[in-house]
Design a protein around this ligand. Structure first.
Ligand code: S3P
Length: 180
């Protein structure tokens, strides 16, 4: 991994990036509790702020409006210390947001295979407007392929297929020690 910026003396925050179904929210929650840090799930925060669900925002206002909300939240959280952030899988399509979080950000890519992502998201496709509709496996493949170079901006990568969230969280906590 080339990393997205300068290393910093301490790890001030962790951002988990990766495709839908990679486990960002579950792992993020576990990691935050392990570290006794705060945790922010971007989709939840967007729903709280707007009073609408993510699919409603996509349906009524479109994807661009949703991306603006992600940017707005990033702006509000930038520079915070002692926090684990779990943005949605498309947050990285505005890669400048990663820089905006500030020095001391450890970005970890939770890498999931298309098969596993499709399997995990099949349960609640209705919550994920970009995967809804026929042939979601093909959508997963195409979208993942397009986004892969962006996920590679992360400092570290963890393969998540077949692994427990708690184990992944512990691995990231170890990484943080080596990273600082
Ligand atoms: C999206 C991922 C979703 C949610 C929205 C768009 C994406 O979050 O933000 O449906 O573009 O990949 P999860 O990655 O938590 O499913």
């Amino acid at each position: 991994m080339s990393g997205h910026g300068e290393r910093y003396a301490v790890c001030a925050r962790v951002v988990l990036i990766g495709f839908m179904g990679s486990g960002k929210s579950t792992v993020g929650r576990r990691l935050a509790s392990l570290l006794d840090w705060d945790f922010v799930d971007f989709d939840e925060e967007i729903e709280r702020r707007t009073g609408k669900s993510v699919p409603e925002i996509f349906r009524d206002e479109g994807e661009a409006a949703f991306r603006s909300l992600e940017a707005e939240i990033t702006d509000d959280l930038a520079g915070l210390e002692g926090v684990v952030l779990a943005p949605g899988g498309g947050w990285i399509t505005q890669p400048e947001l990663l820089e905006e979080l500030g020095p001391g950000t450890l970005a970890v890519w939770l890498r999931v295979t298309p098969e596993e992502a499709a399997r995990r998201t099949a349960r609640d496709e209705a919550r994920r407007p970009l995967l809804a509709g026929p042939d979601s496996m093909e959508r997963v493949r195409r979208l993942m392929e397009r986004r892969e170079p962006l996920y590679q901006l992360a400092d570290e990568v963890v393969d998540v297929d077949g692994r427990e969230p708690g184990e992944i969280a512990r691995e990231i906590a170890m990484m943080m020690q080596g990273w600082a």
